[in-house]
Design a protein around this ligand. Structure first.
Ligand SMILES: Nc1nc2c(ncn2[C@@H]2O[C@H](COP(=O)(O)OP(=O)(O)OP(=O)(O)O)[C@@H](O)[C@H]2O)c(=O)[nH]1
Length: 381
């Protein structure tokens, strides 16, 4: 395995200086800081985490965005107020995650749900699959129907969670039953147009990262372009699979159009962990300054089954991780050249995003806000 670390020059091009990656690989501020001309703390697009008490909302947020180990979540205290987590300082995912305290009382006059739902990109409703879920289904129905009336553009995502405790047959049966009941309730209320997506999740494996990846991908307007670029890149380079990862969260924000198999995804996640861990230990300067992830970051891992994993930096938040055969890797020069073109194209995609978001651009502020609310990813890469 070879890992290279570089110095911290700013990225070339018009993306502005690249702040060093947090050297302890830490995460963004807990409260939004409304940095540099972007939307203020409470106007960033939101992903809401809702569900009954103890369904696992805080655990999901801590494991995915704060590197908490699943076992540590056993000691999490119950959330008793809305917890707003702004992850945009360290992640490509320029959202606020709002963790709600158990049941929300829609009749509480201090709870301005209209304001909350209006600025929401995705609402994730977490159902504990190890518990009796009838009450959760009633809550799900109340929550999504209220939210839909305020903002029909919200993506409604249902995490059937804690499935680590269920047998494979039981998982499928639970998903089928929840799917059926939830949709029947919506049909009875005349809300057939309200679409719910279902995911089986657990914090004890990669399923929670996979599910979150899909939720976030739906909020990225540039997704089709990113997928196209990945398809072109892999087909011209003899690569089997490529993921564009948000390094901090290990959410993949895009992949090529071949099907995703869980093992490949897990392998790539593990590679990111290895690279960052080794980099944190050996990649920093003597005085402890420097960055664990910067524009020179790259790694090659050759497995004993003639597979090669290849990681390269794309932007300060994104890495490309590819899986390929050893024989294809003999043409590394070609792959590197294609990667260079791919990286340039990705920067151009987001550069367009930046200029479209500049206050003096032709787009008026009203339009800009609409784009942001519905989930545009961060403009500055
Ligand atoms: N087996 C299993 N347990 C989980 C999973 N996710 C969370 N838990 C456990 O569920 C319990 C409750 O988790 P929390 O994250 O505090 O739940 P919450 O929904 O935030 O609860 P409130 O803050 O009261 O609304 C904790 O003991 C977690 O360890 C999972 O995927 N599998």
């Amino acid at each position: 395995m070879s890992i290279q670390y570089g110095d911290e020059e700013p990225l070339a091009g018009s993306f502005g200086a690249v702040d060093s990656f947090p050297k302890d690989f830490g995460y963004g501020a807990e409260e939004a800081d409304g940095e540099g001309g972007e939307a203020g703390p409470d106007t960033k697009p939101r992903i809401l985490l809702m569900g009954l008490r103890r369904s696992g909302k805080s655990s999901i947020q801590k494991v995915v965005f704060h590197k908490m180990s699943p076992n540590e979540t056993l000691f999490l205290e119950s959330t008793n107020k809305i917890y707003k987590d702004d992850i945009s300082n360290s992640s490509f995912v320029n959202f606020q995650i709002w963790d709600f305290p158990g049941q929300v009382d829609f009749f509480d006059p201090t709870f301005d749900y209209e304001m909350i739902f209006r600025g929401t990109g995705a609402l994730i409703f977490v159902i504990d699959a190890q518990d009796d879920y009838m009450e959760a289904l009633a809550r799900l129905h109340l929550t999504v129907s209220r939210a839909y009336k305020v903002n029909p553009e919200i993506n409604f995502e249902v995490f059937i969670h804690k499935v680590d405790g269920l047998s494979d047959d039981h998982k499928i049966e639970t998903q089928r039953d929840i799917h059926q009941r939830a949709n029947d309730d919506l049909a009875d209320a005349g809300l057939e147009k309200l679409h719910l997506s279902f995911y089986l999740t657990s914090i004890y494996d990669h399923s929670i990262f996979e599910a979150f990846s899909k939720v976030v991908q739906k909020l990225i307007p540039q997704l089709p372009t990113l997928e196209n670029l990945l398809n072109i890149f892999i087909s011209n380079s003899g690569i089997e699979k490529a993921f564009l990862f948000d390094v901090v969260s290990k959410i993949y924000i895009a992949t090529d159009s071949s099907p995703v198999d869980m093992q490949s995804y897990e392998l790539c996640c593990d590679m990111i962990d290895v690279v960052i861990d080794v980099s944190c230990i050996y990649g920093l300067k003597e005085d402890g300054t420097g960055s664990a992830y910067d524009k020179e970051s790259m790694a090659i891992i050759k497995l004993n089954n003639t597979t090669v994993l290849y990681l390269k930096e794309v932007t300060r938040f994104l890495a490309l991780v590819c899986i390929l055969r050893e024989e294809s890797f003999e043409r590394k020069g070609l792959i590197d050249y294609n990667f260079h073109c791919f990286r340039k194209a990705i920067h151009e995609v987001f550069e367009v995003g930046v200029s479209a978001h500049r206050p003096n651009s032709h787009m008026n502020m009203q339009n800009m806000k609409t784009v942001t609310h519905n989930g545009a990813p961060r403009a500055v890469v």
